[in-house]
Write a protein that binds this ligand. Sequence first.
Ligand SMILES: N[C@@H]1[C@@H](O)[C@H](O)[C@@H](COP(=O)(O)O)O[C@@H]1O
Length: 241
Amino acid sequence: MEFKIFDTYEEASKYSADLVADVLKEKKDAVLGLATGSSPEGMYKELIALYKKGEIDFSEVKSVNLDEYVGLDGSHHQSYRYFMDVNLFNHVNIDKKNTHVPNGIAEDLLEGAKAYDELIDSMGSVDVQVLGIGPNGHIGFNEPGEELLVHTHVADLKEETIEANARFFESKEEVPTKAVTMGVGAILKSKKIILIASGKNKAWAVQQMASDVITTKIPATLLKLHPNVTVVLDQEAASLL
Ligand SMILES: N[C@@H]1[C@@H](O)[C@H](O)[C@@H](COP(=O)(O)O)O[C@@H]1O
């Protein structure tokens, strides 16, 4: 696990975008594993800028997103499908048919989760997986617990996650309490992982990633088992290292 620390979030975002761009330059039909939340927003802006400069091309790229809230359809402004459209897909030449986000409104969520794993498998491996991290160390919506799941599943969100994400909704009560998330298995299967963290509220989780411990109670610590992880931080997120 390599830690890269930058003075500002903007610099960290630029570095992360360059890492993704390197993958796209090497492989035109790369499979991108994508994340939502504030952490990767700056990176998406940089990727759009690189695309506009003609440095990268998304025409053959496929993408799979980590997670989606249960109960929100893609037109809901807090759905992760909407986030991806607005923050990246609408601004680059990716074919929307090649972009995938778990279905949070499937009639049968378990069937939907199984189909999502089959879809990921059918794409071959994810070339680069972008991750944020929850203040409690969650990745995707794999929340801390006695055990973690390998496959895509429906997760109950922890109270602290609902609180952390309430800033995007009108009120805490509107935050869905469940989400469909890729499991830790698919995340660890990707060839390369870039985890972006910014701000003081991530410093504890980042410190745990740098420790010698691996525990399901801090899901991001499992990334220590992966051979190619770059953790991209601003000063505040790195403040406890
Ligand atoms: N499910 C998402 C995660 O994928 C994200 O990494 C995390 C951090 O979000 P943010 O980057 O907005 O702090 O929270 C959310 O709950």
